[in-house]
Structure formats: C-alpha cells, structure tokens
Design a protein around this ligand. Structure first.
Ligand SMILES: [Fe+2]
Ligand SMILES: [Fe+2]
Length: 503
C-alpha cells in the first residue's frame, strides 16, 4: 500500500512527507482519502504534509485513530539532521507557512528559540574580545559606569531626521537598549542589518535622558591570521551552480564541453584527471511555478522529469567523481532555510556517485572545510547594503563572514525555518565559501577564506532581463585542495578556455 500511495502522489506531481504517509496508512481507506489530500494540497504545492492529511480527514469526516494523534515529529524526507537538528520541530511548521501543527509550538515561540540560538552562538564568538571590556547584560548596564560593552541582536535601525545619526535598538536575553551611532563616526562606517548580532562599546552621556553613544562596533568576524587547511595530496574540486535543468535556456552545448573536458577529451586532460569532486550549489533544476509565467521558459514541465534529465546530465560526467548537490530556491524541497536535502523520490533518479546534502551544508573535502550555501539571502542583503550588487556577490559574502551568518534578515525574501538551532550561523570557520543564485561568476579572498560564486548553466531569461540581472554563465571554478589555487574554466564560448593558475 505504501508504494501505491507514493506512486499515486507522484502521478499528481507531489512528494509525500513520511508523517503524512504514516497517517494515511493508519486509515481504513487510504487511497480514497488520498484524493481528498490532493485537493487540499492544491495544484501549486509540490508537497503533501501531515497537516494536509489531517485537514483532509476532518473534511472527510473520518475519526482519527490513536496513531494519527501522535505529534508531528517526523522530519521531512532526507532532512540534513546534522545541520538543522529538526527532530522536535513539526514539519508542518516549516512547510505550511509556519502554522503550528498538532503538538507544535506557537510560531513566535519557535522563532524566539531560533533567535536565542543565533544570539548564543554568535555572542560566544564575540565574548572575551579586549575591545569589549566591561561587557554587561543589558539589564545590568549602569549609566554611572562610563564606558561599557554589550552584545546585542540588532532589532531596529533608524536614522534621525535632522542630523542623520543612526539609532539602533539592540536586544540581548535580559532586555533591549537604544543606542546612538553618530554620523561619520567609525562605528557608522558599515550598515547595520536587522537581526545581525554585534558587540558594541558604548558610553553613557553625563546628561540624563540622552542615549548612550556607540564608540566602537565588533562583528563576530573570521578569526584573524588563521591558516587555511590544505589536503596532503593534489586533489581538485570543481564548483558549479544553478544548472537549471528543465529550463529552455539550459546551456546544453556548454555542458557538453564541460563533460568532454572532465572525460579528458578537451584541453589539459592531465588537469581533468586530477578532478575528484564536484559541488553544485543549488537550483539544480528550474522547478515549477517559481515565478510568474515560468511555464513559458520551461522545456520540461514536470518536476520529476526535470530531475530525471538532471540525472542524465550528471551521468555524462565521469562516474569516478564524487558529486555533492544542495538544493536552491528552484528545487523541490521546502524553501525555508536551512533547506533539507533532496528526498529519496528525487535522488533515486540521480546517479549513485551523487550525495545530496542540505542548504546550507558544511563538509570537508580532503580535510578542506567547505561551506556551501545557495545564496537566496542575496535577495535581502543586496538591497539592504549600500553599493552591493548581483554583479559582485563576493562583496556580500564578505559581509556574511563578518556577521558569521548566511541569512540574518528575517521577514524578507528568504524564508527561515523556526528550528531550535540556527543552522545558518557560519561555524566552524570554512576554508572555502561557495554560493550560487546570483548567476554570475566571482572569485575573491577574505581573511583566509576563498570566496566563490559559481556561475550558472542557464542563459539569460526574460524574467532576469526584467529584473536587470545579467548572468555570467558556463563558468566553473577548479580548486586544487593541496594549495587552494584556482583555475577558471570558461565554457561560454565556441571552445573551452582554461584560465591560468591563480592563487
Ligand atoms: Fe538560479
Ligand atoms: Fe536561486
């Protein structure tokens, strides 16, 4: 019966979460009920959650048995537990616009726990800095003390109307505090982002009623002077992103050139021979219903067929490669971050040398620590940071490293999952940070971290033209793990171009 149900939902282009499946199986007529569930889910939603089954049951007038009353503690299929520790969070919370599922907590409480986890993780990094001497919880600050320091999460940022100073509201676990950042002063140099965690050195003015002044700001940052880990032998990893298989604009010829290069049929076969790993940073397929009128841009209109085609493309690469794939906002997993790894219903269509991980994920390749994140938060960070642009995503990545957080801003375009542990904190410090999403190619260094934005295999779409995004497609970054030197591979022309060795 289990297989019948999975096949039934597959035929309706839906993935069924394990809790939903178990609940259906506990009913006397699961197939009849499944029809109702498909209606409840609606045509747009690629998922079937336990909450949908419960809704269908209430419509159906069925009486739920004791198995059905269990709290929804099943994680979504393939969830990257190591990263997100979601065991006590009902999936319904994540998938259903954060409605609490049965047995679930109220969303605000869940977000409170998420922010508390972020605050604790980042304040641990900030504590003990000499610049933050006389560090106090907000409740214990004394205006008579002169200079003190606090570690707070920025909850509000506004500018005074006359003199354009910045007033910050920061919060710790004991209370909140308003502070003044004088225009033109050193702590005013970098924009403050809502929900980032900062350490502030502050001074209370002598006049009562005035706001404490910020003398200096400390961000969690990458530790200075750290040395990058290296592999003991030469091993190369190829970083790709945003393949968007299934789109009409998928660059099939360029992909063919990449496959030929890796099969040692292109230039520098001895270089290709040393490639052992491939990392693809999300938007593996184009997906369905991701933006208005997307169907016009699709060559394959079925999500499972898109992954079938993606699997075919990966089979064109040598089978000896270790391929790591993470989802992006176009992939068929819950969009709230951290996103789970692709479920079995999808990975079963991919070759055996593919390892699906969550977004973001931290993993070591030959001892070199890679932080891989699709990059959805660029959509929030770029508008918020003066001078930032999609053309230079590595500038934004530097800021992520300074904040030690991949997507701090809540309530914007990056949906955040209300998990008990903030899985978007950057810890441990990586040697390589790779992102995609911006569809451009960028390489930079920041405090001992190699930064990569790993291009795309999709030509410009009408939608991107509308949004003023000009892609730099069909590029790949080839990194030697023994010395972290990089070669840029460019397959966007008629013949492949292999860049010279660069640090
Ligand atoms: Fe993309
Ligand atoms: Fe994306």
């Amino acid at each position: 019966m289990r297989e019948h149900l999975v096949a039934y939902f597959e035929a309706h282009h839906k993935l069924v979460e394990s809790g939903a499946l178990n609940l259906l199986l506990a009913q006397s007529q699961p197939l009849i009920l499944s029809r109702q569930v498909v209606e409840v889910a609606g045509a747009e939603n690629p998922f079937v959650t336990q909450e949908m089954v419960e809704r269908a049951l209430s419509i159906h007038g069925a009486i739920m048995g004791p198995r059905a009353l269990r709290p929804a503690t099943d994680a979504p299929m393939g969830y990257d537990r190591s990263r997100a520790a979601p065991a006590s969070v009902p999936y319904a919370l994540v998938a259903e616009g954060f409605n609490p599922g049965p047995g679930g907590r109220e969303p605000l409480e869940a977000y409170g726990t998420l922010f508390q986890s972020r605050y604790r993780a980042l304040s641990r990094i900030l504590k003990g800095r000499p610049e933050l001497s006389n560090l106090r919880p907000v409740r214990e600050l004394r205006s008579t003390e002169g200079a003190s320091a606090v570690i707070g999460m920025v909850r509000e940022v506004h500018e005074t109307s006359e003199k354009h100073h910045v007033v910050l509201t920061v919060e710790d676990e004991t209370g909140s505090l308003e502070v003044l950042v004088l225009r033109g002063s050193p702590p005013a140099r970098a924009t403050y982002l809502v929900d980032e965690v900062v350490g502030l050195k502050i001074a209370f003015p002598r006049e009562p009623g005035r706001l404490p002044k910020v003398l200096a700001v400390e961000r969690p940052e990458m530790p200075p002077g750290r040395s990058q880990r290296r592999s003991e032998r030469t091993s190369r990893v190829l970083f790709l992103s945003d393949t968007h298989v299934g789109s009409r604009s998928f660059l099939s010829d360029a992909w063919g050139m990449l496959a030929d290069f890796l099969k040692e049929k292109g230039p520098e076969p001895e270089l290709a021979r040393e490639v052992e790993h491939v990392v693809i940073a999300g938007d593996l397929v184009d997906g369905i219903g991701i933006y208005p009128n997307q169907e016009r841009d699709l060559a394959i209109g079925d999500i499972f067929e898109q992954y079938g085609e993606f699997g075919k493309r990966l089979r064109e690469l040598p089978s000896r490669l270790n391929i790591v794939v993470l989802p992006g906002n176009h992939d068929a997993v819950c969009p709230a971050e951290p996103q789970p790894a692709l479920p079995e219903a999808i990975t079963s269509r991919l070759p055996e040398n593919v390892r699906a991980v969550g977004n973001p994920s931290t993993f070591a390749l030959e001892g070199v620590v890679v932080e891989a994140y699709h990059g959805r938060s660029f959509d929030d960070l770029i508008p918020a940071l003066p001078g930032a642009s999609y053309a230079r995503p590595t500038d934004v990545m530097k800021r992520m490293l300074a904040m030690r957080h991949l997507a701090p801003m809540y309530g914007g375009r990056t949906p955040l999952a209300p998990l008990p542990r903030d899985g978007l904190v950057i810890d441990p410090a990586p040697d390589i940070l790779v992102t995609g999403h911006a569809h451009t190619y960028g390489v930079d260094q920041y405090r001992g971290v190699l930064l990569l934005n790993a291009s795309t295999w999709q030509a410009e779409t009408e939608y991107q033209r509308m949004r003023n995004i000009s892609p730099v497609p069909a590029h790949a970054a080839l990194v030697n793990l023994s010395d972290l030197t990089l070669r840029t591979l460019d397959f966007s022309g008629a013949t492949p171009a292999i860049g010279s060795r660069a640090a």
